[in-house]
Structures are given as structure tokens and as C-alpha cells.
Design a protein around this ligand. Structure first.
Ligand SMILES: Cc1ncc(COP(=O)(O)O)c(C=O)c1O
Length: 473
């Protein structure tokens, strides 16, 4: 039980972070530090509210977030407890990785395509972006921007990414830990070139994201597939590989919303993965490709935000936020040598990034346009997700299982029977509809599931596509 825990927190009314999230994060911090232990009971929400001089609803919101994320467990008539399923934190001081693309291009045979989760380009802030470009080129000192710039990326732009990662995703990085790339694919390629040499191994999720696998293989790494279940990556399979004696340099994961299944890696497994990484010394390559569109309380915090984690490369992208054609991605790492080496590797093929584009996007960030766009787009996608859920319920209920995703731009649908996907794809092609074949994310044996995007399709297209798919299954 809770003995003499004193909740020490400075609430900051002016912060970008909502008060209930500040409270939630402070509790997480106390769990990390061992001040709160698995099984400890928290004071009641009324007491906490009095102590913190906030409205009780704010405390209840904070506790709800932590219950959903798995940090706390509510017990009827007893109160709220620190989850006792969490592994013990070992106090470790944080010290300072096939060539099949899922990116299908629509061609003359198709008028409708379920892609792998692209955003709706019709709502992209293109007018605002064009305005930002014009402003840049109209500036008096525009000549200053036409020269060579820092290969890590525009300093002010990196600063704004750092701010976003630290404030919204709980990370603790600075400008020197960040490298701006042309999309996350480049980040994965460069990371692979730095980390792997021939005969190194990388554990990957199965099913998973093949463009990343290709990047790792191009650097000489061999892939070790670990399965994914309802709680995300199966840690026992990771342990099996680690104990095999193979030279495992890294693991590539999409913990926030696993690609393609949309499952969130459970907190217990997150913590286990961090411990394993520290114990065996492999790097966690965390691809957080669609953190922005979340319909629940808040996205789970990245593995890379846990200060215990010694070796990580965190990869993000602006493809979903603005548009895939805008090639801006970034990687963050606590490994200084990685950032430096990645910089010199990139210089071999690309002297610097597109600093004008970085400045234009920075302008959108500064003007609050990106923030407003994310808010608007989240509502837009949530409405589409609900529409898609209703369609699946009406047309696929007796044919397949699926869970309604808490965010992102796609559903994972598993048919009740083993499907001949080539036949289904042919039937759909005859109707001008394209799907991503399950072998584009399966390692070895084809997985019997399909990723159905909804972000880029209109309601009419979604209806036509789902009815046709239901008929074809
Ligand atoms: C798993 C995963 N990673 C990364 C990306 C984004 O890639 P990029 O930033 O290169 O457009 C995507 C886009 O669909 C993805 O599905």
C-alpha cells in the first residue's frame, strides 16, 4: 500500500500540455523512479484534486489516461493501484534496421484503391504552404537562404521538431539529437547503413513494413521475423532469437500502431522490450509513422521517451500530417556517433536537405496552421473511421473480424476463412478496385489479413470498395 508518497509536481498553466496530461506524466515519472511501486494504491481523486488545487475532473481525466495506457488498475470499491503486471524497472541511466513496395500507384485498370494508409490530400494545407513559399521568396534577405545550409537540417526547424517531441511525445532530446531527412524511408536507410554490416541480424515484426526491411537488407542485415498478436510483438519470440547467439544489432518496431495490424504494443511488452534492449545491447528502431491522428485520449508515449532505454533510433514523418509528396522525415537518437555518421553518409548522395521546404513548413508550424490542420484532420478522419466501421459492420460482420482503430488511417480485417487472395484481387480488379496484397507485408507464408485504408477515400468510394470486397470474399 501507499505509505508516504508525496506528489511533487509543478503544474504549468501556460504549457502546451494540458494539465491532466501533466499530472498523468508526473505519475509515470514517479513509477519510473521507483517512488511508486507496482501494487501501490494511489490516493483518491478527491484528495489528489485538493492536494494539487485542481478540479477533481482533471484528476479523473489524468487517471483515466493512465488506466487506458495500462499504468494503473482500478479495483472496484478499493481504489486505483499501480499495475502489478509491470516488470521492475532496473535503474539504468540513459546514455547520451526484398524489395517490394506497398506504395501502389493507381493506373488505368483501377478507379479505386485501398492504399496502406495515406492521408486525404484534398484536405492538405496546400494554399497555406504555397503562401509560406511566396513569403520566403519575397523576403528582402532571401539571398541568405540560397546557399549551403546545415546538413542536419535547418536549425530553427529542428528546434520546432525537438519542441514537439519533448512536449507532446514525452521525449528528452535537443537539436543535436535530431536529423532531418527526406521522409522516414531515408531515415531507415541511413540508420541501416550506420548500424549493420554483413551477417548482422535485425528482428522485425511479422506482418510488417517491407520498405524498412529492404533498407536493412541493403545494408547486409539478415531479417528475423517475430509474430504479432493482439498485444503487439510477441516478446517470447524476441527472447528466443536473443538466446540463439546470433549477432542481433537491432529490432524494428511500430509500437504505437503496428503496421499493418494497427495493434498497440502493450505497456508490459514495451517495458520488457526496453529491458531486453538494455540487457542485450541491441538498438530499438522505433517507427512512429502516424502518431498524429489519434481519436482516444492521447497516443501512447514512444519507447524512445523512456529514459531507461539506452540505444534507440526514433523515426517520424510529416507525410501524414501534410502530404506524402512533402518529403520531410526525421530521426532522433541519443547516439551522437550515429547522428554524425548518418550526416556524412547522406552527404555522399545529397549535400543537404531541402532547406526552403523546411522553412516553409516551419512557417506553418509557427503560424499554428499545422496544429489547426491536425485538429481538423483528426475530426475528418474520425468521421471516416466511424463510417468505415459502420460499413464493415453492415457488409462484413459474418465474414471477418476487425477492431475499430483508436487512430491512424486504416483498418486491419481478418477473414474468418482462409482466403485465396489472388482470386479476390482478380475479382476486384475486374471492378476497377485495387487492394494491397497480404504478401506485401508477410514474411514467408502469406498472412490471412488485409489492411484497408480509409483516409484517402471518399464515403462513396469506401461504400463501393467494401461492398465489392464483401462480395469477393
Ligand atoms: C510503417 C510506415 N513507416 C513509415 C511510413 C512513411 O514513410 P515516408 O515518411 O517515407 O513517407 C509509412 C507510410 O505509409 C509507413 O506505413
Amino acid at each position: 500500500m501507499l505509505r508516504d508518497w508525496k506528489f511533487e509536481i509543478q503544474l504549468d498553466e501556460k504549457s502546451d500540455k494540458a494539465i491532466y496530461l501533466q499530472i498523468a506524466d508526473a505519475i509515470i515519472k514517479d513509477i519510473h523512479s521507483g517512488r511508486l511501486k507496482p501494487g501501490d494504491a494511489l490516493p483518491g481523486s478527491r484528495n489528489l484534486a485538493q492536494l494539487l488545487k485542481v478540479n477533481r475532473n482533471t484528476v479523473v481525466e489524468a487517471l483515466n489516461v493512465l488506466i487506458i495506457e495500462g499504468w494503473l488498475i482500478p479495483k472496484e470499491r478499493q481504489g486505483t493501484f499501480i499495475a502489478d503486471t509491470l516488470p521492475d524497472f532496473k535503474e539504468v541511466k540513459a546514455s547520451n534496421p526484398i524489395n517490394v513496395s506497398t506504395k501502389n500507384t493507381i493506373n488505368k485498370h483501377y478507379h479505386l484503391q485501398f492504399d496502406d494508409g495515406s492521408p486525404d490530400s484534398k484536405i492538405a494545407p496546400i494554399t497555406e504552404l504555397a503562401r509560406a513559399y511566396r513569403q520566403i521568396f519575397n523576403q528582402k534577405a532571401r539571398w541568405q537562404m540560397m546557399g549551403y545550409s546545415n546538413e542536419l537540417g535547418d536549425f530553427e526547424f529542428r528546434k520546432s521538431i525537438v519542441q514537439m517531441l519533448n512536449h507532446q511525445r514525452g521525449m528528452q532530446v535537443n537539436e543535436q539529437n535530431i536529423y532531418i531527412t527526406r521522409g522516414s524511408q531515408m531515415a531507415m536507410y541511413l540508420t541501416a547503413q550506420y548500424l549493420f554490416t554483413k551477417n548482422d541480424y535485425v528482428i522485425i515484426e511479422n506482418p510488417g513494413y517491407k520498405p524498412a526491411w529492404s533498407a536493412f537488407e541493403s545494408a547486409g542485415a539478415k531479417l528475423l521475423p517475430a509474430n504479432v498478436d493482439k498485444d503487439g510483438l510477441v516478446i517470447d519470440e524476441v527472447i528466443y532469437y536473443l538466446k540463439s547467439g546470433k549477432k542481433i544489432k537491432a529490432i524494428y518496431v511500430t509500437p504505437h500502431r503496428q503496421y499493418p495490424t494497427t495493434v498497440t504494443l502493450s505497456l508490459k511488452r514495451r517495458l520488457e522490450l526496453i529491458q531486453l534492449s538494455n540487457e542485450y545491447g541491441f538498438t530499438i528502431i522505433e517507427d512512429d509513422y502516424d502518431n498524429e491522428f489519434h481519436f482516444g485520449y492521447r497516443p501512447v508515449l514512444p519507447l524512445s521517451s523512456f529514459t531507461e532505454l539506452k540505444n534507440y533510433v526514433y523515426i517520424g514523418t510529416m507525410s501524414k500530417v501534410v502530404a506524402p509528396a512533402l518529403r520531410i522525415g526525421y530521426l532522433a537518437s541519443n547516439d551522437d556517433a550515429l547522428i554524425e555518421k548518418v550526416g556524412s553518409l547522406r552527404k555522399i548522395i545529397d549535400v543537404q536537405g531541402d532547406s526552403i521546404m523546411e522553412q516553409a513548413v516551419l512557417q506553418l508550424i509557427k503560424d499554428g496552421i499545422i496544429k489547426r490542420h491536425i485538429k481538423k484532420a483528426t475530426n475528418h478522419y474520425k468521421a471516416k473511421r466511424d463510417f468505415m466501421a459502420a460499413l464493415l459492420n453492415e457488409h462484413m460482420n459474418n465474414k471477418a473480424t476487425y477492431t475499430i482503430p483508436e487512430g491512424g488511417l486504416a483498418f486491419w480485417v481478418v477473414p474468418n476463412e482462409q482466403i485465396d487472395w489472388s482470386l479476390v484481387s482478380k475479382k476486384l480488379k475486374d471492378k476497377g478496385i485495387k487492394i494491397i496484397m497480404p504478401d506485401s507485408f508477410s514474411f514467408g507464408k502469406t498472412i490471412n489479413g488485409i489492411r484497408l485504408s480509409y483516409g484517402s477515400l471518399s464515403e462513396k468510394e469506401l461504400e463501393e470498395g467494401i461492398i465489392a470486397l464483401a462480395e469477393a470474399l
